[in-house]
Design a protein around this ligand. Structure first.
Ligand code: SAH
Length: 394
């Protein structure tokens, strides 16, 4: 086994169970580990401190265990996946008749850095974000089949765009198990086509489930505008909530097609819904004042990296300012940021600045985040990425 020795003092974050070893913390490596191989991490005093997946890049090791006696074998994967499943079961997400859509594994949040698994009815979509998880995909798929106790027939692997390109892993998307094309899943009693073949992420934004359910409660009698609608998740909940009308906007024609499909699955031929393939900024600029009294802004991550932060904050400011400028008095704004690089405070300041620019009286009704099946590892606070505010605009 290859051994990684840290520089003096660089074990501090690992002692506090932070699951990453940065390349700058490493003094030397015994041997020449391949990307994705398991390595052992030692302090400068040669004490064992962690074991994890090695990778070339700023995060050099993603920790799988802090226990010297725990080896990474088939039983390790079974134990970890069973723990993840038990958590979802105990919080009431598994075994419901009205819901079979949830996240089973959320990377660091489930002590499995680099791995995401979403469940859509009888299909699991698995995504590797590290070379190590990619190398172990077959063992993980096997453990998943066992742990899910007959609940999963298909495992689709979707990592073509999530793995480091330089590692030469050549991942191919495809089924590791089964191959069903039945891709309708149910979320809180609503049906959705999940496009795991071509869609973004694992095919659906499972992380907005609770926020969509909250929006449903405010939709009654309102004219709703769902910006950056993608699969139309918020729109479908607004329809069920009794909205007067629901308009969905996305710049991607494919997303508009998906939205129309999902509305059709739940509310066929309902004239309340219309979808527009248009740029969100342009749409907001051109729409009439007071046309909507419930607006959702759920843009893609404006800042994927720290250096894009300034532009991202400007983007949030501009977007929210346009919504504040046009929303009907007494309207409700659901506004989100899913950029990991943008903190809760920074996002709130951007929205606050936009509100001030519009000169309107704005109150915070709710502060939203990611749902319980996207848990934040308490030792890895960076894992909190989804931020939302529900605002009452006079
Ligand atoms: N709200 C969605 C997720 C949004 S993902 C949900 O609950 O599932 C972000 C979406 O924004 C993508 O579908 C992308 O096509 C769209 N998008 C990106 N830039 C855009 C722009 N300038 N105008 C409109 N849509 C845009």
């Amino acid at each position: 086994m290859h051994k990684v020795y840290l520089k003096p003092g660089k074990e501090e974050s690992l002692k506090r169970f932070h699951p990453w070893v940065f390349s700058g913390a490493i003094a030397r490596i015994n041997g020449k580990p391949e990307e994705g191989e398991i390595v052992e991490v030692y302090t400068s005093k040669k004490d064992f401190i962690a074991r994890g997946h090695f990778q070339i890049g700023s995060i050099a090791v993603r920790v799988l265990t802090f226990r010297e006696d725990e080896t990474i074998d088939n039983s390790f994967w079974r134990r970890k996946l069973a723990t993840a499943r038990e958590m979802r079961r105990s919080i009431g997400l598994i075994g419901r008749t009205d819901n079979n859509t949830y996240r089973l594994v959320h990377g660091e949040g489930d002590n499995l850095p680099g791995l995401v698994i979403d469940i859509y009815a009888r299909t699991a979509v698995m995504q590797a974000h590290s070379a190590g998880m990619h190398m172990e995909r077959m063992q993980i798929a096997e453990a998943l089949t066992e742990v899910m106790q007959g609940e999963v027939d298909n495992i689709y692997y979707k990592s073509e765009t999530t793995l480091p390109y330089k590692a030469d892993l050549f991942p191919e998307n495809g089924f590791l198990k089964g191959g069903s094309t039945d891709n309708v899943a149910t979320e809180y009693g609503l049906n959705f086509h999940i496009d795991w073949l071509k869609g973004q992420k694992t095919g659906f934004f499972v992380d907005q489930r609770e926020n969509r359910a909250l929006l449903e409660k405010y939709a009654h009698g309102r004219t709703v505008l769902n910006m950056f609608c993608y699969t139309g998740g918020f729109s479908v909940y607004a329809m069920r909530g009794g909205a007067l009308s629901v308009h969905s906007v996305d710049s991607s024609a494919k997303a508009i097609e998906l939205t129309n499909k999902n509305i059709g699955l739940n509310f066929p031929d309902d004239p309340r819904h219309k979808a527009f393939a248009e740029d969100a900024f342009k749409f907001l600029e051109q729409m009439d004042d007071n046309a909507y009294d419930l607006i959702v802004l759920d843009p893609p991550a404006f800042a994927k990296h720290r250096d894009a932060l300034r532009n991202a904050l400007m983007g949030y400011r501009k977007l929210n300012a346009r919504a504040f400028g046009k929303i009907k008095p007494g309207g409700i704004l659901f506004t989100f940021s899913c950029s990991q690089a943008v903190s809760k405070e920074q996002f709130r300041t951007a929205v606050f600045t936009a509100a001030a620019m519009s000169g309107r009286s704005v109150r915070i009704l709710h502060q939203l985040t990611q749902p319980a099946d996207h848990p934040v590892n308490i030792y890895h606070p960076e894992g909190e990425y989804l931020k939302g505010l529900v605002l009452y605009v006079e």
